[in-house]
Design a protein around this ligand. Structure first.
Ligand SMILES: Cc1cc2nc3c(=O)[nH]c(=O)nc-3n(C[C@H](O)[C@H](O)[C@H](O)COP(=O)(O)O)c2cc1C
Length: 187
């Protein structure tokens, strides 16, 4: 079971990371889990040259190249994003743009997400759904929300956040079983 966890907040140990860590706890011991912290990488969004249309791959040479490979490697991809100005973080958005060339490569991978924030989170959810559905991924679970705004308190003020993050992880394992028939889920 190959799992890629994409930490999308610039804050490595913030609310979003705690939610993603909780979701990952639901994966069985034999799962191979790669954790990518986008805030530690240097990369840009799409340069819009359209070179990838001709080449069949993204030729922007930066830290994201390894992440793009990791996405193709993974069977399960789980995103963690804070809501920032009513959408996913710019790091997650740049990553999304850079997958434009990947038509078909993410097809049928199991995808899920955890997010944090408390206002205008609908578009954050919508962006994540649109990304996964456009790539024909299997969207797992309803996602988990950590109802936070750091300046007014963190996850400790939302008793459902960590529980829902665990439920998201468990649902992705359950879906993995349905797709791959490995019997790893507790459900
Ligand atoms: C630039 C910026 C924009 C933000 N915009 C929103 C927003 O539109 N809606 C919201 O609910 N929270 C917003 N927040 C608050 C964060 O989503 C919230 O504090 C989140 O828990 C931070 O996650 P982290 O601890 O993983 O970094 C914003 C924070 C920043 C830094």
């Amino acid at each position: 079971m190959k799992v890629l966890a994409i930490y999308g907040s610039p804050r490595k140990k913030g609310n979003t990371a705690k939610m993603l860590d909780a979701a990952l706890m639901e994966f069985p011991g034999e799962a191979e889990i790669k954790r990518v912290y986008l805030g530690e990488l240097n990369f840009s969004g799409c340069c819009s040259t359209r070179d990838c249309k001709m080449l069949g791959y993204c030729n922007v040479n930066d830290d994201l190249q390894q992440v793009l490979k990791d996405m193709i490697w993974a069977e399960v991809i789980i995103f963690g994003s804070p809501s920032q100005f009513a959408d996913v973080s710019s790091q997650i958005k740049m990553l999304m743009e850079r997958t434009w060339w990947m038509k078909g490569a993410l097809r049928n991978k199991i995808g899920g997400y955890v997010i944090t924030g408390r206002r205008y989170i609908e578009s954050t959810i919508n962006t994540l759904h649109a990304f996964m559905l456009r790539h024909r991924m299997i969207l797992g679970g309803s996602g988990a929300l950590g109802y936070t705004f750091t300046e007014m308190g963190g996850l400790e003020y939302d008793p459902l956040a960590i529980r829902d993050a665990h439920a998201t992880g468990a649902r992705l394992v359950e879906l993995y079983d349905i797709v791959y028939g490995k019997g790893l889920s507790n459900k």
